[in-house]
Design a protein around this ligand. Structure first.
Ligand SMILES: [Zn+2]
Length: 269
């Protein structure tokens, strides 16, 4: 699933293609999944922002278009003009000077156009914690939240202590901070290490376009992969040596999510 680095990469690549453009048409066949998109017609896209794993197109007349890529959603911009639709195209955004294709093989992603900031019904978005790459991700409130967790990894995935951390970046950050995924009630020193690790991992992942995994479902909108997989310490590396100590990386399921860790660097508490 695209996490903060993949969604931020997507945002940065869409910005020069979308901002300032007027929406001429939105072509799709699934009004349940891509809701109220006719409201975009004739509107100018003023900005494209990101909150956690959500993209937010800011439109004229106080409207937002929320896009969540979920498991396999993504954008394609390079094949312009499209001689034939990209594989798994679900929606086509027709602008006054071009087109952008939205693809989604598994169809879990969604779009919704609604009045600005009226997100209360989108629970994860409404209750999301601070952005990890902004100053608002302050150490002390994070330490206070981490001092109460019963299992640290599921707490991170809830998006409440910090926005945008999903399965890949939770595993990577916990390895860097040398904390077991099931650690509870983190000490101030542990949560300080984790705070630093999340910022560093996210910064480095954004710099190389995020992570394209072996299923290839995520690509940068220009068709390139994200290169952060080459820097993964534990994620998708079960059975391989830990880059820090050489022990064998293990994988197990925690709260239904594949979880990777080093048994020596991240001992079970
Ligand atoms: Zn290790």
């Amino acid at each position: 699933m695209p996490e903060l680095p993949e969604v931020e990469t997507t945002r940065r690549m869409l910005e020069p293609v979308l901002v300032g453009r007027v929406v001429r048409d939105v072509i799709h066949t699934d009004p349940e999944r891509y809701r109220n998109t006719t409201a975009m017609l004739g509107k100018q896209i003023r900005a494209i922002e990101r909150r956690g794993k959500y993209l937010i197109l800011r439109l004229d007349d106080g409207l937002d278009c929320i896009v969540h890529l979920k498991m396999t959603g993504g954008f394609r911009t390079t094949e312009l003009p499209f001689l034939e639709p990209p594989r798994f195209e679900r929606l086509r955004l027709v602008l006054h000077d071009g087109e952008v294709s939205y693809v989604d093989s598994r169809r879990f992603g969604f779009w919704e156009v609604l009045p600005r900031n009226e997100w209360a019904h989108l629970g994860t978005l409404a209750k999301m914690g601070p952005e990890p790459l902004e100053d608002e991700f302050a150490l002390e409130p994070f330490q206070a939240a981490m001092a109460k967790v019963s299992k640290v990894k599921p707490a991170l995935l809830s998006q409440k202590p910090v926005a945008g951390v999903g399965n890949i970046y939770a595993d990577e950050s916990l390895w860097h901070a040398q904390i077991h995924p099931e650690a509870s009630k983190l000490s101030a020193a542990q949560s300080k290490r984790l705070h630093t690790a999340i910022r560093e991992v996210m910064t480095r992942a954004v710099a190389v376009g995020g992570s394209t995994l072996s299923d290839n479902s995520y690509q940068q909108p220009n068709g390139e992969p994200g290169y952060f997989k080459l820097q993964h310490a534990v994620y998708d590396r079960a059975g391989q040596p830990c880059p820090r100590c050489g022990s064998t990386i293990e994988k197990y399921f925690l709260a239904q999510r594949g979880t990777h860790f080093c048994p020596r660097c991240q001992p079970k508490p």
